[in-house]
Design a protein around this ligand. Structure first.
Ligand SMILES: CN(C)c1ccccc1CNc1ccc(C(N)=O)cn1
Length: 246
């Protein structure tokens, strides 16, 4: 998968994509992240990328022309069609479901706004999808872009080895993750639950599912409401609720 990022801070974005699982995915050529700086496509001597807000008001708006030229260069850089995403507080909330869909595309481009954002006409003509990483305001779209690069990059086939498999991810089954423990079994902070030491893998699976269901019920009932539960899960959650009530 190829990801092109249009950003005034290319070094920052390259570094985000160079570390950890995503950096390794790039080394393995499972993922390619390229950056494009609109300032390189500004035509005036001052390399201007922002303009005064029409109608008055504080702050500046990113100009159409440098972004349009940069996006043209992005499209021409490789044959596959590009799905252009704009990060903004006005976008649809990013979910794991959407991440999984994006991870299947051959190419996406991430347009990072700065200042007060981008001229609406550019958005209307060049952007396919507007996404928000959460209901808060940042100084730029770059952190949202980094979130998408990470979430999508780690899902590329071969990016995670078996020990990290994405299937067991929290959210990948619509539930919060269960608790995790490592040695020592006994610690000043407490003990590891016995079931995890039992070697009974069926019991361990049930315990983890029960913990995920219980945690989701306690912390994110909204997620639980979205999910149909099978017979086993309903029984495990009832058990958790009974124990929790006592
Ligand atoms: C300057 N601002 C407010 C702005 C305004 C419009 C577009 C982009 C920006 C850049 N900032 C962003 C971007 C994304 C998110 C998010 N929640 O995904 C939060 N902030």
């Amino acid at each position: 998968m190829r990801i092109d990022v249009v950003t005034l801070f290319p070094d920052f974005m390259r570094q985000c994509a160079a570390v950890g699982v995503v950096g390794r995915a790039q080394q393995r050529e499972l993922l390619q992240v390229e950056t494009w700086n609109p300032r390189d496509y500004a035509t005036d001597n001052y390399r201007t990328v922002d303009g005064r807000t029409c109608g008055g008001g504080p702050g500046m708006v990113m100009l159409i022309e440098p972004l349009r030229s940069a996006l043209k260069a992005v499209r021409e850089a490789a044959p596959d069609p590009v799905h252009v995403i704009y990060l903004s507080p006005q976008g649809a909330r990013l979910t794991q479901g959407r991440v999984e869909a994006l991870a299947k595309l051959p190419r996406i481009a991430l347009l990072c706004g700065r200042y007060e954002g981008v001229d609406e006409r550019l958005l209307a003509h060049e952007v396919d999808e507007e996404l928000s990483i959460g209901d808060y305001v940042l100084s730029g779209g770059e952190l949202g872009a980094a979130v998408i690069i990470d979430a999508v990059g780690r899902l590329q086939d071969g990016a995670l080895n078996d020990a990290q498999s994405a299937e067991q991810d929290s959210f990948s089954n619509g539930l919060l993750d269960c608790p995790h423990y490592a040695k020592p079994v006994h610690d000043a902070l407490g003990d590891v639950p016995d079931v995890l030491l039992s070697g009974d893998h069926a019991a361990i699976r049930r315990w983890r599912l029960k913990q995920s269901l219980g945690r989701t019920w306690l912390r994110r009932p909204d997620l639980l409401a979205q999910r149909a539960l099978d017979k086993e899960s309903r029984a495990l959650l009832d058990e958790f609720r009974r124990e929790h009530a006592q």
